[in-house]
Design a protein around this ligand. Structure first.
Ligand code: BGC
Length: 737
């Protein structure tokens, strides 16, 4: 028996029923809310309950001093002195903001994701936090959903690579180090498939999508030993996931043998009543714990009802013990029993937050997350001198929006704006600025709806005049970060306000326009993309946004990002994603010239505006000589796929080499393409390199509708290239012997 098990067994043996239930309660601190405020939110009662050992952890309690004070209540006053967990939404940084997670995924670089999570852990842990509610690894295909910004995008393989990197970044190799924190894989599961992209909405998807698209990143997180999971607000096929025994017990705890604990989402246990799945709070408590939800965030369901349910024999005590054990294990692994104050060090808090080193990590991630979508006649990169640049747009001078949604303790307006970044790199004398349009007004916050500026052309004339007198225009367009995030779904994923109208006016006087597109989702920007010669997708890049954008604009860094989500041509095409099924009528029949009977829209092409995996470089990467070491593979064998990659352009740079497969005939139909591997490769100008991938049975597997990973004999197309739509192909057959 391990020391940990001995310790926990002995502690469990001493605990009363009330103390056990206490470990399952997660209280909100009183000064910050990340969900609806409960009616009976009373700080006095909270303190008393902590002292009585009736609380397992708190969320939204901040600073080394604040967490120390709360920890003291638990450790010094409660009978067994069991320390508290302190959880917080440290999603892409604590004070130093890294790019939003969707942007990090656009780097296609797990090192970037890992470093960003490590940085977030370093700062949060210095401020008393020992548990983050991240990573959010909900795969989504729907940009209407505001939370697309928080996750890795549309692909389960890229999502799995990112999930692992984020978990390892937060937790390091040793959870007991004071600069690492427990991570939380959320939201388990399928929240990203909320109907019509509306937040908190119903999810109804088939098993094939669940097993092949939704679950893989969670499995990767579980394999990387993520300490905790969070369930969610959504129902899945009629069962709220918070009450889903199938997800939490059968899949997560039994099939995957995962040993951490599951926390509910904010009040999601109580919301099972509203869903129409539980009669009352007691019923909700019973259903949630039975289903494997170990900790109750802000429903007060466990606190109010569990002990009675156990006493009356209506709740199996072993399930309660199992939940307590799981929670105590995480506390043990964090080292809290050795030193409950290990994360509450005001000196470290002073010295290790927002340092130059931290900002450098954020800047590196930011530059690597930028995706070059268009660059006609090599308009970019711009020369630094002897050029008069007109910068346009309220987004260009904004120091807050680049921080992104879910920004923890970032200081308002603390990001480097695009305008500041450009001036710093080329000298203010080369830059003019006109605001041109306004996007939002009034107070902007995490909690409330934004006030958008719909029509305002008062700044147009000034901007047009400036554009006329400049060599080139850099125009910032896109969305406010508070148009994205939780509770911020939109039906219209085009550009809001008067931005596009202004762009038309600008183009009439100066066609040399570089658009810098800031967003937390894939936007429908066909009109803009067609009209301008150069377009950079920059997401919300964090504290160092402006510097990173300027480095790319002036060519100090050659862009290397690729899209983690498809960009639709039109909002009505949503969901549009690369790994779709073929359908029975994928194209028009050549004999039915002009007939409508095939799977298409009559007013829009099926293909996306910019596909998944797409992104240009200032250099040019050429693929040639794609070969497989054999054209057949038998069970247990593996083969090699090789391709020659040449940087034939004038700049050193990185390329993301992507490997896809298509399984032509299967017992459950397979997508037209599935990403299976990728490598990010740096080549100096003129350099050529052979890139090698290994293909084994595992590469060819999929989940059947019962959740079994299977590999069926047959023909596969293996594809390689720099984007999901432009690929070299080879055939491979797989035989079972
Ligand atoms: C969100 C979670 C978050 C929690 C705590 C909820 O509203 O869905 O992702 O971790 O609040 O702030």
């Amino acid at each position: 028996m391990s020391d940990r098990q001995k310790f926990i067994d002995s502690l469990l043996g001493k605990m009363t029923l009330q103390e056990k239930v206490g470990q399952l309660n997660l209280y909100n601190g009183t000064w910050e809310f990340t969900g609806p405020v409960p009616e009976d939110d009373d700080s006095q009662r909270k303190s008393e309950n902590i002292k009585r050992g009736l609380v397992g952890g708190m969320l939204n309690v901040l600073t080394a001093a604040g967490t120390r004070e709360a920890q003291h209540l638990a450790v010094a006053h409660s009978r067994l002195g069991i320390p508290l967990l302190f959880g917080y939404d440290v999603i892409h940084g604590y004070k130093t903001m890294a790019p939003i997670p969707l942007a990090q995924a656009a780097s296609w670089d797990p090192q970037v994701a890992r470093k960003c999570a490590k940085l977030a852990a370093l700062e949060a842990s210095a401020s008393g936090i020992n548990w983050t509610f991240a990573p959010m690894i909900d795969i989504t295909r729907d940009p209407r959903w505001g939370r697309m910004m928080e996750g890795p995008g549309e692909d389960p393989y890229l999502g799995s690579v990112m999930a692992e990197a984020w978990v390892r970044g937060f937790q390091g190799d040793d959870l007991s180090r004071t600069d690492t924190i427990a991570a939380c894989a959320k939201h388990f599961a399928a929240y990203g498939f909320s109907e019509a992209g509306r937040d908190y909405n119903t999810v109804d998807i088939g098993h094939s999508t669940l097993y092949n698209i939704v679950l893989p990143p969670f499995k990767a997180a579980a394999r990387a030993d993520v300490a905790t999971f969070m369930n969610g607000f959504n129902e899945l096929n009629g069962i709220p996931v918070t009450g889903s025994e199938f997800l939490q017990r059968q899949i997560l705890k039994e099939s995957w043998q995962w040993e951490g604990f599951v926390v509910s989402d904010w009040a999601s246990i109580a919301e099972m009543i509203t869903h129409g799945y539980a009669r009352d709070l007691q019923d909700a408590a019973k259903k949630a714990l039975s289903a494997g939800c170990d900790m109750d965030m802000e429903s007060k369901a466990y606190e109010k009802h569990l002990d009675q349910l156990v006493v009356e024999g209506r709740m199996d005590q072993t399930l309660l013990d199992d939940a307590v054990r799981r929670i105590l294990q995480v506390k043990y692994d964090l080292g809290l029993f050795k030193d409950p104050y290990r994360y509450c060090d005001p000196q470290r808090e002073q010295s290790s937050i927002l340092t130059g080193e931290n900002l450098a990590v954020s800047r590196e991630a930011a530059r690597k997350s930028i995706v070059l979508l268009k660059n006609e006649n090599q308009l970019l990169p711009l020369p630094k001198n002897e050029i008069k640049i007109g910068v346009i747009g309220s987004l260009a001078q904004d120091k807050d929006i680049p921080l992104g949604s879910w920004r923890a303790q970032a200081e308002q307006n603390s990001a480097v704006s695009l305008l500041e970044g450009l001036k710093a790199l080329t000298g203010p004398e080369n830059i003019r600025f006109a605001e041109g349009y306004k996007l939002t007004r009034g107070d902007r916050s995490f909690l409330y709806e934004l006030d958008m500026v719909e029509e305002d052309e008062s700044g147009f004339d000034e901007a047009v005049e400036m554009a006329q007198n400049c060599d080139l225009v850099v125009m910032a367009m896109g969305e406010d970060c508070w148009q994205t995030g939780e509770g911020r779904s939109q039906t219209d994923i085009g550009l809001k306000g008067s931005q596009t109208a202004l762009l038309s006016r600008i183009l009439a006087v100066n066609q040399k326009v570089v658009v810098i597109m800031m967003s937390g989702r894939s936007l429908a920007i066909t009109e803009v993309a067609e009209a301008v010669p150069a377009l950079l997708q920059v997401w919300h890049l964090g504290s160092e946004a402006g510097h990173a954008m300027a480095e790319v604009i002036f060519g100090d860094y050659n862009p290397s990002g690729k899209l983690p989500v498809s960009f639709p041509r039109h909002g009505g095409q949503v969901p549009v994603y690369y790994n779709h099924k073929n359908t029975g009528r994928p194209t028009t029949n050549p004999h039915d010239d002009g007939m409508v009977f095939w799977s298409h829209y009559t007013d829009c092409e099926n293909s996306p505006l910019f596909p998944f995996g797409y992104g240009l470089s200032y250099s040019k990467f050429e693929y040639a000589d794609f070969q497989l070491s054999a054209d057949r593979i038998r069970s247990g064998e593996s083969i090699k796929a090789t391709v020659k990659l040449k940087n034939s352009g004038p700049f050193d740079g990185e390329e993301v080499v992507q490997l896809y497969i298509r399984d032509h005939v299967a017992s459950v139909t397979r997508p037209v393409k599935e990403l299976k591997d990728f490598q990010k490769v740096f080549l100096v100008a003129g350099q050529e390199q052979t890139i090698t991938f290994e293909i084994s049975e595992e590469t060819l597997c999929f989940y059947d509708n019962q959740g079994n990973l299977i590999c069926e004999p047959g023909e596969f197309t293996i594809m390689v290239g720099g984007c999901s739509l432009q690929l070299l192909k080879q055939m491979l057959s797989y035989e079972v012997v």
